[in-house]
Design a protein around this ligand. Structure first.
Ligand code: ZN
Length: 169
């Protein structure tokens, strides 16, 4: 037996490329990122290009639709804060001057993925670093407007991301 599924071509569903205007705020209302005044975010829906809580909430939204408060808890955003800290030798850091608590370094792993590393504490020969994402443990509130939706190309589906655009989030 065949299953027929009617797909609205203006609705956010898996394997659609979505253009999105968004503003993301912390619980206290402080805006931390926004596409307003820049180009909308473009991503491939259903391929974990964006945080799971936002992807879930966007499913079924239509072009032109706005949602002022999508509340995303840490477990569906950047995870809980963990005790992911480590003392590292001072001299592996490529800094001529002083290393200070609060500084951030970008670290690249073998696969070419970069992630931030935060300096928490500094001693003469060692530095305490924190591997948590800066938004770990935070509940986020998104305001979104769906600007455009189109089916992904076969190539985009094979790669799992959008081409000719930013696609990264
Ligand atoms: Zn690609």
């Amino acid at each position: 037996m065949r299953e027929y599924q009617y797909l609205m071509n203006n609705e956010v569903q898996n394997n659609m490329v979505v253009s999105l205007d968004y503003t993301v705020r912390l619980e206290d209302g402080q805006s931390i990122d926004s596409s307003i005044g820049k180009t909308p975010l473009r991503y491939l829906h259903g391929h974990q290009n964006i945080i799971p809580g936002l992807e879930e909430a966007l499913t079924g939204m239509r072009v032109g639709e706005n949602h002022p408060h999508i509340i995303v808890p840490p477990e569906k955003a950047y995870g809980a804060r963990t005790e992911a800290t480590e003392w590292l030798p001072r001299d592996i850091f490529p800094v001529d001057g002083e290393i200070q608590p609060g500084m951030t370094f970008a670290v690249e792993d073998e696969s070419g993925e970069t992630y931030p590393l935060f300096i928490k504490e500094v001693k003469t020969d060692n530095v305490l670093v924190d591997y948590n994402h800066p938004l770990a443990g935070k509940t986020l509130s998104f305001e979104v407007t769906v600007v455009d939706v189109r089916p992904a190309t076969p190539e985009e589906l094979a790669h799992g991301h959008v081409h000719n655009g930013d696609g990264q989030f």
